[in-house]
Design a protein around this ligand. Sequence first.
Ligand code: ADP
Ligand code: MG
Length: 248
Amino acid sequence: MSRNELIELKGVAKSFRSADGAPRTVLESVDFALQEGEIVALLGKSGSGKSTLLRIMAGLIPADAGRAAYRGQAIGGPVGGIAMVFQSFALFPWLTVQQNVELGLEAQGVPPAERARRADAMLELMGLAGFGGALPRELSGGMRQRVGIARALVTDPDVLLMDEAFSALDVLTGETLRDDILELWDSKRMPTKGMLIVSHNIEEAVMMADRIIILSSDPGRIRSEFRIDLPRPRDADSVEVRGLVDEV
Ligand code: ADP
Ligand code: MG
């Protein structure tokens, strides 16, 4: 393990039972490492196992075989250093924005005054200062996902896993949120040290990532890897993506 490795997967495998009861291998043997300081985009066809892989990293489901580690420690359940953002936002509709963001801190036993202070800081970071008292349904989709990100960041995780975090949003809203996150990252105002972004959008991956990996569905392995050595912000057209299109 290198000193700066945040997440390491070695030979990670996962099968599910299909409707007829037969096991179906989704991940056959996945090797991957996320280093400190990098944004990696994970691309792959729908059903290729991207969400499954992220859930394993987040400790939400166990791998059948192989090793998943965070900073050298086996991931055996949700770990404080890794947070996840979901395509569907996954906010609790009956809780206010502030309460949604404070959840992770409450679970850690952080006292109320400090919870409020840290939630405020994250809401401000995500451009939602003053919206703490609102209910999720009173917000637009883009704002709801900003709440989802604030909630993920509030516990100060090292790693942010984003599972198609922009795909439920209209194009302009998604691009604005993506650019805001990149600006925070590139100006070192994101509290995380590494990000893994799942996408099925090649342009999004090219705009965001330092490195793109592709999960092939047959069999479930990381098949290819592309490093992007251009500074952000970058033009999607500035990177030769033709090869990538064929891969995905
Ligand atoms: P992706 O995110 O790349 O679209 P998923 O990881 O969601 O892919 O799913 C990969 C495959 O595993 C799909 O065929 C899906 O139906 C199946 N799958 C995922 N989760 C479960 C589950 N809990 N039970 C059974 N099958 C599942
Ligand atoms: Mg998915």
